[in-house]
Ligand binder design. Structure first.
Ligand SMILES: CC(C)(COP(=O)(O)OP(=O)(O)OC[C@H]1O[C@@H](n2cnc3c(N)ncnc32)[C@H](O)[C@@H]1OP(=O)(O)O)[C@@H](O)C(=O)NCCC(=O)NCCS
Ligand SMILES: [Zn+2]
Length: 221
């Protein structure tokens, strides 16, 4: 499904959020062999839970769309660089998605154009000035000087998630140039996720997308 040329309507994007406490052991039954291996390899319970929630949101949302049980949705995680199963998730032509997890939140965005979703927990201990020099443009560094303390960490994290969302949308990953301006043809916006985290969505589209935010409580119950 693509928005008709000249229709004026932005491309639709659905963003689903779950909280880490919503993970349940029984979700693991729907994982495929590749996902079972990734799940087993995580050492910390919270990493297991975030991965499990990302997979479960992906499988349940797509399962509903495709009228398939979650376990029957076929996902390709092959890394285009090295062939290991840790890359951007691909499902079928015309279906684009992006998974993100940090702190208490797990999110998945679905659309019909390449897109990137990123969430980061705000770290109050972060040495903002040190990381800002590596990740931000001169203008952005300047802008950050207006803030202090936790507000500065939040402002930096907002910039960071925007940049990560862009490199996730283009597929460049962290090797993309974070200090560069957003390339033409990519729309980036911040998503409100509460004071403890910052989140952003980037979509490869000229017009602002029509974003629908969904709470996963029912989907995960
Ligand atoms: C992708 C990347 C930006 C993720 O950033 P992060 O903030 O640490 O983690 P997030 O939770 O937001 O995102 C992780 C998810 O991004 C997706 N992802 C992985 N690689 C991706 C890529 N190159 N582009 C877009 N999305 C990617 C995956 O779905 C992954 O979650 P999952 O494995 O649980 O499904 C970062 O890890 C990166 O740049 N990775 C690739 C770098 C690289 O060298 N790749 C080659 C490896 S051989
Ligand atoms: Zn790889």
């Amino acid at each position: 499904m693509t928005a008709g040329a000249g229709s004026g309507a932005g491309t639709p994007v659905e963003v689903w959020w779950a909280r880490i406490g919503q993970a349940r052991a029984e979700f693991a039954a729907d994982l495929d062999a590749v996902e079972q291996a990734r799940f087993a390899a995580y050492v910390r319970d919270e990493d297991k839970d975030r991965f499990l929630l990302g997979v479960t949101l992906t499988r349940r949302v797509l399962g509903r769309r495709l009228s398939l049980p979650a376990a029957k949705v076929s996902l390709d995680r092959t890394c285009e660089e090295c062939g290991k199963p840790h890359g951007k998730v691909r499902v079928a032509a015309g279906v684009e998605l992006s998974v993100t997890h940090s702190g208490d939140l797990v999110g998945v965005a679905f659309g019909d154009r390449p897109l990137g979703l990123d969430v980061e927990k705000v770290d109050p201990q972060l040495d903002v000035d040190a990381v800002a020099r590596i990740a931000l443009s001169a203008e952005e560094v300047q802008e950050l000087q207006r803030y202090g303390g936790i507000a500065k960490a939040r402002a930096f994290t907002a910039y960071w998630t925007r940049k990560e969302a862009v490199v996730k949308a283009t597929g460049a990953g962290l090797r993309g140039d974070l200090r560069a301006a957003v390339p033409a043809g990519i729309h980036v916006q911040e998503l409100a996720v509460g004071a403890d985290h910052r989140a952003a969505l980037a979509v490869v589209t000229a017009e602002p997308p029509v974003v629908q935010v969904e709470d996963a409580t029912q989907l995960l119950s």
